[in-house]
Design a protein around this ligand. Sequence first.
Ligand SMILES: [Zn+2]
Length: 371
Amino acid sequence: MLQTVPVLLFGPTLPPAGVPTECLVNEHGIRIPPQQQVPFANLRADIGGFDHDQLQLHWQSEGSDYMLVASSPASQQQLKQLLPAKLITGLKGWHVATLSQKTVWNSLIYGAGVLVLAVMIGVWQYDHLLNWAASRISIETEHKMGKAVLSAYNKRQDAIVSGAAVNFVKELGARLTQGSKYQYQWLVIKDNAVNAFAMPGGIVIVNTGLLKKAGSADEVAAVLAHEIQHVEQRHALKHMMNSAGVAAVVMLVLGDANAAMIMIAHQVSTQFFSRQVEAEADLKGAQLLLKQHIHPEGMAQFFKRLASEQPKEGSIPEWLSSHPDTTNRIQTAEQFTKQHPCTYCQHVTWDIEAILENINRHNDSDEKPQP
Ligand SMILES: [Zn+2]
């Protein structure tokens, strides 16, 4: 009994999309109307199609290649049943191919899973990634970043350029940064907020408010030592990288500093470091004071001074910004001083009268005359 299967026929003179026709399977071979008769011996079964599950029958006729495929999954099933098992043995490759196709998909899904896992680990170990990226950034690039941040800092115009206040900060800063790989830049800004903060690359802002509020030069030294550690430990750099986002970091690592600058420049100089980072700056800052033979108790004293006052809204100093636990910091700083008795340490001296005069003169000159 002859069975007819709907197929698509492809051949050299036929349209590329194939011609719908039908295929008759008899005991000798297949017959495609009107006149092609192909013995099974001349047929080659193959697997093709987008999903790699399409049964194709190939043959040659009068020197030309022909191919047919079933026109639907149902007719393909029909075709498979009608064709002799011998021919279908060629379809073992089909299963293998289908299997390998599955393997590809499985690999892709597995790969996606690994990627998701990697991202999760990446988030989890974000600090490590950030440290790695930061380690790829040169001091020179970091300094460029700092300059970009400074140029976006809206109070840079209020810098006092000369006088006793400026000299004091620069001299104390130079003493505390001896042997550093950074070229520090100290800026005294006319601002009553009791604050100081570091930008990447060694740019440190010291507000006049800090100089006015500090009870001693030791306290200022403690603040500067703390800020210096934000530079030395690259806290400021990592903070900027973190804020600027992954794209900027990638550009920095790839060396496209200028593009990254644009992304970073809008970052405000206000920093909110984690407690862990602040604790590190406190500890290493205190160690730095000792190294420079400066009494480290200025740190605890300054904390106490700040803690005794409620910071005005909107002017939370960098020192307190991320610290509801100032009490802990005071205790830690006092403990450090106790554990490191320093017989050779000296108190930092300053001419506070001259410094205040320098600040006030600057203030007066900028004030509008009273009516
Ligand atoms: Zn800090």
